[in-house]
Design a protein around this ligand. Structure first.
Ligand code: PLP
Length: 415
């Protein structure tokens, strides 16, 4: 049984509605979609997790362009908040991160692709090594270029995920190769958890126990096991360093309690047209949705090309699975998706919102105070993580907060 030692407080909420209203008014006329990224909330989330796990250290996972939010702004904001350890997946991501955080420790989750050891060393990044071959390539390079014949790295241990990492037997092979292991300057020994979002899952404790026994076979080094969800499982999972990604961006994937983080992302799409349609009309491709009443439809300027999965399409002609209805929202009220998601367009039902007088050019909330990241993901039969990382390039991105880039402060618009 896992103890969850986190206060069950409500997380801080989205910045207030009027501030969001101003941002929507300020958006460029040509913006069909808008994502507002609150860098103060992001920095606050890092500090909250840092405080929660202290005296363990808190790093930040900024792979996949900081989960789609823009590494260019996210990494400096986190570095400014005090974060000194960043995790990226690829060399290209490491290259960008290095320019943004020149002094930070950079861990490379993909490890060493054949032939890339030198590039990684030039970036002064720590590859997270999972195989004996990588260890040998890194060690060979250390012998040729490092003053002390050692290069920094992390070791990934497989404790049950069966993804990347050394197994027990491959650790033994590594230990048997003294020449190789002596040239590794092991900065971190890591593993990754399979079921940390479920506090009562037996695999959590199993993986922790395996991690204990495996890491003690290796030379002593700082340890890291927990990501966003694992760090919610209590002190015994924190070790020397936790490595949250999703929670920093406001994600609430942990099922046992509320993670003490605030939302960071709000996404909107523009209304292109509002029109009425009659009962028994069908809506969208394949005529998959047949209206069961006279309806008012708003057409939104976003679609699957913007990362709204086509699995968020709706039909009233078959049982829909899942219990979260895919929706947009206006003024805190939901407008369910109608029919198929197209590449660039989504039709929503605003029949019950006629009092709001929704019109062309208005903004519909896609993720925000009314539709959480988790709900948006669930409605598309996926998870908030996938939702975030897929939000496309057609969205105009606006950064707010103390360290946000200056927005042009043109004359106030009317209406
Ligand atoms: C992506 C990743 C993380 C971050 O996971 P979150 O659930 O987003 O906190 C941590 N560690 C490893 C090995 C990862 O691949």
């Amino acid at each position: 049984m896992t103890q969850v030692n986190v206060p069950r407080t409500n997380p801080p909420t989205h910045h207030n509605a009027s501030a969001l209203g101003d941002l929507l008014d300020d958006a460029p006329d040509h913006a069909s979609g808008l994502i507002v990224i609150d860098l103060d909330a992001l920095a606050g989330n890092w500090r909250a997790l840092h405080d929660l796990v202290s005296p363990s250290r808190c790093g930040a996972v900024v792979k996949a362009n900081a989960y789609g939010l823009g590494a260019r702004h996210v990494i400096p904001a986190l570095a400014n908040a005090g974060c000194t350890e960043f995790f990226v997946a690829t060399i290209a991501e490491a290259r960008e991160a290095r320019t943004l955080a020149p002094d930070a420790t950079l861990y490379l989750l993909d490890g060493i692709l054949p032939g890339t050891a030198e590039d990684i060393a030039k970036l002064n990044a720590c590859p997270i090594i999972s195989t004996l071959e990588e260890a040998r390539e890194w060690s060979a390079l250390a012998q040729t270029i490092a003053n002390n014949n050692q290069l920094p790295c992390a070791l990934m241990l497989d404790t049950g995920l069966n993804r990347l990492g050394f197994s027990k037997s491959s650790i033994d092979e590594l230990l048997a190769d003294a020449a190789t292991i002596h040239r590794l300057d092991i900065k971190l020994i890591m593993s990754h958890m399979a079921c940390a979002d479920e506090p009562d899952h037996p695999m959590n404790e199993q993986q922790r126990t395996r991690f204990e026994s495996l890491r003690h076979r290796l030379p002593s080094a700082p340890a890291s096991l927990a990501a966003s969800d694992g760090l919610m499982l209590g002190d015994t999972y924190h070790y020397d360093l936790v490595r949250p990604g999703y929670a920093l961006y406001g994600g609430q994937a942990f099922k046992g309690a509320t993670t003490p983080v605030a939302p960071v992302v709000t996404a909107f799409a523009r209304v292109l047209q509002v029109h009425d349609a009659a009962k028994d009309d069908t809506v969208g491709y394949s005529a998959s949705y047949k209206l069961d009443r006279d309806s008012r439809i708003a057409v939104l300027a976003l679609g699957y090309a913007d990362g709204i999965a086509r699995t968020a399409s709706t039909t009233n002609q078959a049982d829909t699975c899942g219990n979260t209805t895919p929706s947009a929202a206006f003024n805190g009220r939901k407008a369910p998706f109608l029919g198929r998601i197209s590449m660039d367009l989504i039709t929503v039902d605003v029949t019950d919102l006629t009092d709001l007088d929704i019109k062309r050019g208005d903004w519909a909330e896609i993720i925000g105070p009314t539709i959480s990241l988790e709900d948006a993901g669930a409605a598309a039969q996926t998870i908030g993580y996938e939702m975030l990382t897929r939000l496309g390039t057609r969205f105009h991105r606006t950064y707010v907060g103390a360290h946000a880039p200056q927005r042009p402060s043109g004359p106030a618009k009317n209406g």
